[in-house]
Design a protein around this ligand. Sequence first.
Ligand code: SAH
Length: 211
Amino acid sequence: MTEKEELIRKWQETGLVKDKRLIEAFKKIKREKFVLKDNLSHAYGDYPLPILGGQTISQPSTIMLMLEALELKETDKVLEIGAGSGYNAALIATVCSKGFVYSTEIVEELIDFAKSNLKNAGINNVEIIHSDGSEGFKKGAPYDKIVATCACPEIPELWLDQLKLGGIIAAPVGPMYAQEMVRLKKTKDRLDIKTLGDFMFVPLKGRHGYE
Ligand code: SAH
């Protein structure tokens, strides 16, 4: 069994991934195309890997946990904060094949990296935006789903404003070196909030990032 197949087996056995479309997307998108050349042999290791600008591509199991929590639909319009390598956006775009992904990235040197990785992978329903995603991205709003792949001190009000009624946010929330994964659903008169375990992500920068 390849390392990639091992991961899939583990996710199915443990029930971490129930949505078969996520497994299909994971099979289809080559993670090799999103990691640095030096890390090619680690592309399917279940840990984060360094990319450019001191940032990381998240651990595969963590990505899957977040995508599962988002309950993605084929037609969803999704906002990602933290494009990084573009890998997570590629997975979302594959599941949301009739939808669209806006992915913001604040570190300039990652913009071309993400864009060219996505192009290489043949993904054309993602737009990479060089902006401060802590303010969301008003032009594409309202969103069905919002996902942050960086640690947030709290969920910025603007993200809630830019989320549709019935929409879901998945984001690691907490202090800089220890976050809880939060899944939040916006309903008519309240926010349904669940937590999904402890994680450590690179920090959210920008206006609503850490002090
Ligand atoms: N989703 C990425 C993982 C990126 S790591 C992947 O699949 O590879 C988190 C990213 O969030 C980093 O690239 C970091 O630069 C970015 N980031 C941090 N603060 C941000 C902000 N305010 N707006 C947009 N991106 C931000």
